[in-house]
Write a protein that binds this ligand. Structure first.
Ligand code: GDP
Ligand code: MG
Length: 205
């Protein structure tokens, strides 16, 4: 009997409003980009299935619903996160300056057992704008920040031009898989015979 293993990874995307979090997600999951600005509404997360070696991975990517403006994202957003993607806009200094706060806020709210080892990733988005002429945060500055936080992987992206979006999510998925403890759900071979201990007591529902 072939057993395929499935792993669920919860990825949360954080950063200032307007940096392109929703656009990156849409580009990654639906291969779509829209110029229209609208605060995210609707589902809490989108999913994308990937096959990596013998593993099926379901990425559950959580986006904010615009509440990042008020920094009140609620416990459900952070709970059980396997990794955190921080996003800033390379053309907006303030969105880079607030990364420290987002990083701290994540650690405070999600409270992972080993904060130093928790997988973060940084994306510098909107590198397409003005052919890079309006950028105010250099790659070096971003990489220095990543180094200061324990060597966070860094990618420069464009949700609009679909630059590095797949590569970034693939990279974080691979890192996550190596970190993640076995939480596999076996598709096949679910036993039909219930063991005696399970039969005794409890309700029959
Ligand atoms: P969020 O608030 O972080 O979710 O940001 P959005 O995804 O809603 O994007 C805010 C605005 O930036 C929208 O008008 C997008 O079309 C635009 N945008 C997002 N990513 C890019 C990008 O890579 N390049 C360009 N030129 N515009 C982008
Ligand atoms: Mg959004």
């Amino acid at each position: 009997m072939s057993v395929r293993r499935r792993t669920l990874l919860k990825v949360i995307v954080l950063g200032d409003s307007g940096v392109g979090k929703t656009s990156l997600m849409n580009q990654y999951v639906h291969n779509k980009f829209s110029h229209q600005y609208k605060a995210t509404i609707g589902a809490d997360f989108v999913t994308k299935e990937l096959q990596i070696d013998d593993r099926l991975v379901t990425l559950q990517i959580w986006d904010t619903a615009g509440q990042e403006r008020f920094r009140s994202l609620g416990v459900a957003f952070y709970r059980g996160a396997d990794c955190c993607v921080l996003v800033y806009d390379v053309n907006v200094m303030r969105s880079f300056d607030t990364l420290d706060n987002w990083h701290e806020e994540f650690l405070k709210q999600a409270n992972p057992p080993d904060p130093k080892k928790f997988p973060f990733m940084l994306l510098g988005n909107k590198i397409d704008i003005d052919g890079g002429n309006s950028r105010v945060v250099s790659e070096k500055k971003a990489k220095d920040w990543c180094a200061s936080k324990g060597n966070i992987p860094y990618f420069e992206t464009s949700a609009k031009e679909d630059i590095n979006v797949d590569a970034a999510f693939l990279s974080i998925t691979k890192t996550d898989l190596t970190n993640k403890h076995e939480q596999d759900i076996y598709f096949q071979g679910i036993p039909e015979v219930v063991s005696e201990t399970e039969q005794g007591g409890g309700c029959a529902c």
